[in-house]
Design a protein around this ligand. Structure first.
Ligand code: SF4
Length: 547
């Protein structure tokens, strides 16, 4: 499906930079495989700016001084001309060069590794781009079986609501269909994926880009400023395209602009030349805002550090920031309020957890709220919860009961999909919208695909165990960096009532955490994997280090 996973210490994570993950889609990952590689490890840093060029077995670093300052679209265009018109390219824009914690790694017009700030990691290595061309054949152990399973995957995930829904997620219902009809040229997606969840749009005098989900981060602000008009659509598109070109993360901005608007409306910050908040919602505002962040000009130098670190520097900053950023400096993505399972997912990760654990959020919440034909009926949701997580209570928002069990399953499976480099918008297939199979799913398909690809028989349970092993290893790395039970939490705002939203009950939350540690085989008071658990998972070397 074109996915791949990047792992590094994250400049974005707050308050300490911690090792975490960030996946991305597109065509670069498969190209690397066609060049004959399963993974790249990039250590250390260059002395001057370089591009890395991988053409099958030939690997070389090339001088990149002529690329410094180029935006991501220009960088890719120039590199294809210089190296190979078919090369697939990962690159950073000015934001990554200037070490913004909001910098992404981007490919094409909008496949990104976004929320972990890994663009700044490439920038710190003086690595502007990685271009790959691979023309080797792929060996598949059992191609017939692979085709058979792929057909089943397509059958079960046909009518996946992600296609139409996420391609316009942030757009209100008044505009959704009109917006697509007016501007969509086609749906696009990652290598080999039939879901095609991106819309490729073109807006007059604003540019072209593929977009989905949070890409429309400026939509509400621009609608408030311009109303429903072409100017509004141009401002929205400017924000999408400009952030992509500068190499900045849409997700952060969805929350950051609301945080800044609150600070402005409450008199805690003023409108100024480099942050014209009196024009909030306009085309002029978003252009200046994004450019100043990418080039660290004026107040952009502080904003480039990300909202959590901005909040540290501004009077009353956290009073306004915390409701948009539940933990680790990650912008809210599925509110932990009113959903105890999501609260635990947030508290027990190193970053926004939903990004690769969508299935739980969908069954327990989002798909139940969607309009026809995307809506999942509560009865079917309960049936799925019982089958997948062992109890209907796993998605009952009134209690923390059965949430630790559901969360452990979800985390282990997210580690599995990241290892297999498949997309969590498709896998595990916990439900189907296919007529005649509505509500059904098949969570064994990943293990069958792996067996067909490699020739090694792997059961679903063995795959889950591997996921558990990865999750324990990640936990051990977090502990090595100082993580404690006390850090497994959310910003205090979430434990208080706020604007009609009910507080998460702290005592129940803490009890559920203890239960989670126990079920994981971890020390209940500290949240550390026990030696016994690590030995059982064949991680005795890790157990020795943790002693
Ligand atoms: S569903 Fe996943 S793999 Fe498919 S196009 Fe969308 S992001 Fe890419």
């Amino acid at each position: 499906e074109g996915r791949f996973e990047i792992v590094s210490k994250s400049p974005r994570s707050y308050p300490v930079e911690t090792v975490t993950r960030s996946g991305m889609g597109g065509f670069w990952g498969p190209e690397l495989k066609y060049a004959g590689y399963d993974a790249l490890i990039i250590q250390g840093s260059a002395e001057n700016w370089v591009n890395l060029w991988i053409h099958n077995e030939k690997v070389k670093f090339c001088d990149a001084k002529d690329y410094v300052g180029n935006d991501t679209y220009t960088t890719q265009k120039k590199l294809r001309k210089e190296l190979d018109p078919e090369a697939k390219i990962l690159c950073i824009g000015p934001a990554g060069e200037n070490l913004s914690r909001l910098a992404v790694i981007l490919s094409e017009t909008g496949f990104v590794s976004g929320k972990s700030g890994f663009g700044a990691v490439m920038g710190s290595k003086l690595l502007k781009a990685i271009a790959v061309r691979g023309t080797k054949p792929l060996k598949i152990s059992n191609p017939e079986r692979m085709i058979e399973i792929s057909k089943r995957v397509r059958q079960l995930s046909a009518n996946n609501p992600m296609r139409e829904w996420t391609s316009t997620l942030m757009i209100d219902s008044v505009d959704r269909q009109a917006f697509l009809n007016k501007y969509r040229k086609k749906n696009t997606g990652c290598f080999g994926c039939h879901t095609l969840c991106f819309a490729h749009l073109s807006v007059p005098d604003a540019g072209e880009s593929q977009c989905h989900c949070i890409g429309y981060f400026y939509y509400s602000a621009a609608t408030k400023y311009y109303g429903h008009s072409l100017e509004r659509d141009q401002a929205v598109f400017d924000s999408i395209v400009l952030a992509n070109k500068l190499g900045l993360d849409h997700y952060e901005f969805y929350s950051m602009i609301r945080f800044l608007e609150d600070l402005y409306n409450s008199g805690n910050i003023r409108s100024q030349a480099d942050l014209p908040l009196d024009q909030f919602g306009s085309r002029e505002f978003i252009q200046k805002f994004l450019e100043n962040i990418a080039f660290r000009k004026g107040i952009g130098d502080l904003l480039a550090e990300g909202s959590a670190r901005v909040a540290d520097q501004i009077d009353n900053g956290w009073s306004y920031c915390s409701k948009y950023f539940p933990a680790y400096g990650s912008a809210e993505h599925e509110s932990p309020r009113n959903n105890p399972g999501v609260a635990l997912l947030w508290a027990l990760d190193s970053r926004d957890p939903i990004i690769d654990q969508h299935p739980y959020a969908r069954i327990s919440s989002t798909f139940q709220k969607r309009p026809f034909p995307y809506r999942l009926s509560p009865e079917v949701a309960k049936m799925i919860a019982k089958k997948i997580y062992g109890s209907e209570k796993a998605i009952d928002h009134t209690t923390f009961e059965k949430k630790p069990e559901a969360i452990i399953y979800t985390q282990n499976r997210s580690a599995v999909i990241n290892m297999l480099v498949v997309c969590d918008w498709v896998y595990p297939i916990v439900l189907s919208y296919t007529s005649g199979e509505y509500g059904k799913g098949d969570t064994a398909l990943e293990s069958q695909l792996l067996a067909a690809a490699t020739g090694h028989d792997v059961t679903e349970n063995e795959l889950n165990l591997t996921g558990e092993r990865v999750w324990n290893l990640s936990r051990a790395i977090m502990l090595r960096e100082g993580r404690t039970r006390e850090n497994d939490t959310l910003n205090e705002t979430y434990f208080r009532n706020y604007k009609g939203e009910i507080a998460i009950p702290k005592a129940d939350f803490e009890k559920a955490k203890t239960n989670y540690y126990r079920l994981r085989g971890w020390d209940e008071t500290k949240g550390w994997p026990t030696s016994q658990k690590l030995n059982q998972l064949e991680l005795s070397d890790v157990a020795d280090i943790l002693q």
